[in-house]
Design a protein around this ligand. Structure first.
Ligand SMILES: [Zn+2]
Length: 279
């Protein structure tokens, strides 16, 4: 695999966000996991984005943990802001609680948050469904796996409501902001920052790349968000989909941004993931 030629580190990598329930992985999940293992990805957290997807994520993790020991799989339980309206009409809270109580592979509450960029759900529905999930994360003592687009001020005011709770902790996944101020406000809530292949994009990731050194190494997490966001420093011809085995390309770009070794990036991001998700 090409990924291994860019780096081999003394530390394994943890992909904190991969959408392995996506239909593009239906046919080849076994090979995807084998390639991930070859690229030194030891653990993958499968993102749950709705009640049904969260259930599926857990089934997938359980099944493949039994069938293969190459990569350890975990999952999350949550409702993505895009899905807020669809869920807000029925007893989604009870169903989330039910999943949280029964799901053995769950390590986080999410993907949840606010997305006012696309507004696939109304902002009101998004705020309500996110608020419920913030409560549940504190109640179940789980870290939050959060998504935010064009909604940082609403997001920060909702987070501040819960930030004093002893169980409050989490990650802003796929952080793409170009504002140091927004970054510092998330950091001041003791949140972790998840970086995807977005940063490897020589055009739209350029300003994010400049912000990277402002993320303390003890707050940095890495993820692919596969099958989306293929790192553009992956050698051509580019594959159709991103997958966890391309995580080393994110590590390589981060090492360049911080001017430190890929080993350091791997060491810190892996330690941080273990700590936050209690792996
Ligand atoms: Zn997201």
């Amino acid at each position: 695999m090409m990924a291994t030629s860019t780096m081999t580190t003394a530390y394994n990598l943890i992909d904190i966000g991969a959408n392995l329930t996506h239909r593009s992985f239906k046919q080849n999940i076994q090979q995807v996991l084998e390639r991930a293992a070859k690229a030194q990805v030891s653990d993958i957290i499968i993102t749950g984005t709705s009640l049904s997807a969260s259930r599926e994520a857990s089934h997938l993790a359980t099944k493949y943990n039994q069938e293969q020991q190459l990569v350890k799989l975990y999952s999350t339980v949550g409702i993505h802001p895009h899905d807020a309206t669809r869920h807000s009409t029925y007893n989604y809270r009870e169903q989330l609680v039910d999943l949280l109580q029964t799901n053995k592979t769950n390590v986080a509450l999410g993907e949840c948050g606010l997305d006012f960029d696309r507004n696939f759900s109304s902002p009101d529905d998004q705020r309500r469904v996110f608020d419920t999930q913030l409560q549940l994360a504190c109640e179940f003592n789980l870290p939050l796996f959060m998504h935010e687009r064009s909604a940082s001020s609403d997001m920060l005011s909702l987070l501040e409501k819960y930030s004093q709770h002893k169980n409050f902790r989490g990650v802003i996944h796929c952080f793409t902001h170009e504002s140091l101020d927004v970054l510092q406000q998330y950091l001041s809530l003791n949140l972790y920052i998840g970086i995807t292949g977005w940063v490897c994009d020589e055009r739209r990731g350029k300003n994010l790349a400049k912000l990277i050194p402002h993320i303390p190494l003890n707050r940095l997490l890495i993820e692919t968000d596969a099958p989306f966001l293929l790192p553009r420093n992956t050698p051509k011809p580019w594959p159709k989909n991103n997958e966890p085995s391309y995580l080393p390309y994110v590590v390589a770009k981060l090492a360049e941004c911080y001017s430190i070794s890929t080993n350091e990036i791997a060491k810190h991001s892996t330690e941080n993931a273990k700590q936050l998700f209690n792996l």
